[in-house]
Design a protein around this ligand. Structure first.
Ligand code: HPA
Length: 257
């Protein structure tokens, strides 16, 4: 039986990406209608419990995966989570592996990010008001990163503890030359949704970290030397997301702060 103590904590927020549109371990889930000054979130957040701990799940691409990375209302998503009292957020996202040891199936907790996106609403700073220059030296919340690493260890799941995430605009995948450039810049993995989500979370004072699931070699690398196979991505993603859910099952037991 879940104790009262468990439920006195603020709910954990989880943003699910491609391959994780719903959480099988979220029980008694109900939709919460949330209004935000930035419009509608990708979907109504689902509020429930994971093994007795309050958890709110939000599907980043919307029900039916209708929003491309550049179309996601990142501001509304994070605002909506905060509106339902979430302070700690775990982002789940798929990536292509650039670094040689980050092959398909590898799970990474990145510690740095480079933003290559453009034209996305990337701040809550209102036009005409004093601008907010948040510190972003260490873009992810360290206590949440440690919590994820501890949860992976408790679940017996191998995980890579760090790496630089390159956030590209998409929705197309990259050219091989673009991946070479990202690597020269110091990127270890590439995805399309890490920004502005990570910075917006910092602006709102949320403790935010990410689980990046490598589902393919980045363009021009390894098995993607000639092309990226979508069939392979789906297969890897399905198996890796089952492991991610095992990690999330443990994360609720670990006190974050
Ligand atoms: N590039 C960008 N985003 C991605 C990739 C990729 O290779 N794989 C999964 N998300």
């Amino acid at each position: 039986m879940p104790s009262k103590m468990k439920n006195s904590r603020t709910p954990l927020g989880i943003i699910g990406g491609s391959g994780l549109a719903r959480l099988d371990n979220l029980k008694a889930a109900r939709k919460v209608a949330v209004q935000t000054p930035y419009g509608r979130p990708s979907a109504a957040p689902l509020s429930g419990t994971i093994r007795g701990h309050k958890t709110v799940f939000l599907t980043r691409h919307g029900d039916g995966h209708v929003f491309a990375p550049h179309e996601i209302n990142y501001r509304a998503n994070l605002w909506a989570l905060r509106a339902v009292k979430v302070k700690d957020v775990i982002s789940i996202a798929t990536v292509g592996g650039i670094r040689a040891d980050l092959g398909p199936g590898t799970i990474v907790v990145p510690d740095q990010i480079i933003d290559y996106t453009w034209g996305r609403a990337s701040t809550f700073s209102p036009v005409g008001k004093r601008v907010m220059h948040i510190d972003f030296t260490h873009p992810y919340c360290e206590s949440m990163r440690r919590r994820l690493l501890a949860a992976a260890s408790a679940a017996g799941e191998g995980i890579v503890a760090g790496g630089t995430y390159a956030a590209t605009q998409g929705p197309r995948l990259e050219s091989a030359a673009e991946i070479d450039r990202l690597e020269r810049d110091g990127s270890d993995m590439v995805g399309m949704t890490g920004m502005p989500e990570t910075a917006l979370a910092r602006e709102l004072g949320l403790c935010y970290a990410a689980i990046a699931v490598v589902v393919n070699h980045a363009a021009g690398r390894g098995a993607s030397a000639r092309a990226i196979s979508h069939a392979d991505i789906e297969d890897v993603s399905r198996r890796a997301m089952a492991r991610v859910q095992r990690i999330l099952d443990k994360v609720v037991d670990i006190d974050g702060r």
